[in-house]
Design a protein around this ligand. Sequence first.
Ligand code: KMT
Ligand code: NI
Length: 177
Amino acid sequence: MRAYFYDNTDADQRELHDSGIPVSIEKLNSIGVFYRHLDGNAEEQQAEVEKLCIERSYKNRDEINISPTLLPNYEEKIKTFFSEHIHEDEEIRFIIQGSGFFDVRDKEDRWVRILVEAGDLLIVPPGIYHRFTLDTSNYIKAMRLFKEDPKWTPINRPEADSNSFHLDHLKAIDASG
Ligand code: KMT
Ligand code: NI
């Protein structure tokens, strides 16, 4: 995992877009984003995932392979993933193979780019504006975890500006200083 401010250039979304200004894990935590790397082999990592599911009451999960050949409706999906959106549920993503970028908005509405790789686990809070893209390797396999039944519908910007989950998120990160 590596996090930094996005450089906002017009280059392809799959490029690094590294502004050269790093973002710390503490800063991610202050906007409600949590990160862990799960050590060990696949079995040990899976045991950690099970523990987290119990601690945070997650009941459902799926696995997704994202690449031009593996994901049905790839072009359309990749556009949807990269449209700035929120969800009304917390999202956990565990990266099994490959890599990609989650971009999340900070308190000042700047994009923070988070490079995730195999073994990385990210918790994205409800109501935060974010988006996802593959990097130039064009492949990621991720486990997506859900508290209840998968609630897929992303709510895009600007419709979500007045969404109560988004407003609650803004309040929560403001209170965290
Ligand atoms: C999202 O919310 O954009 C996603 O779940 C992207 C796919 S998970 C790597
Ligand atoms: Ni999302």
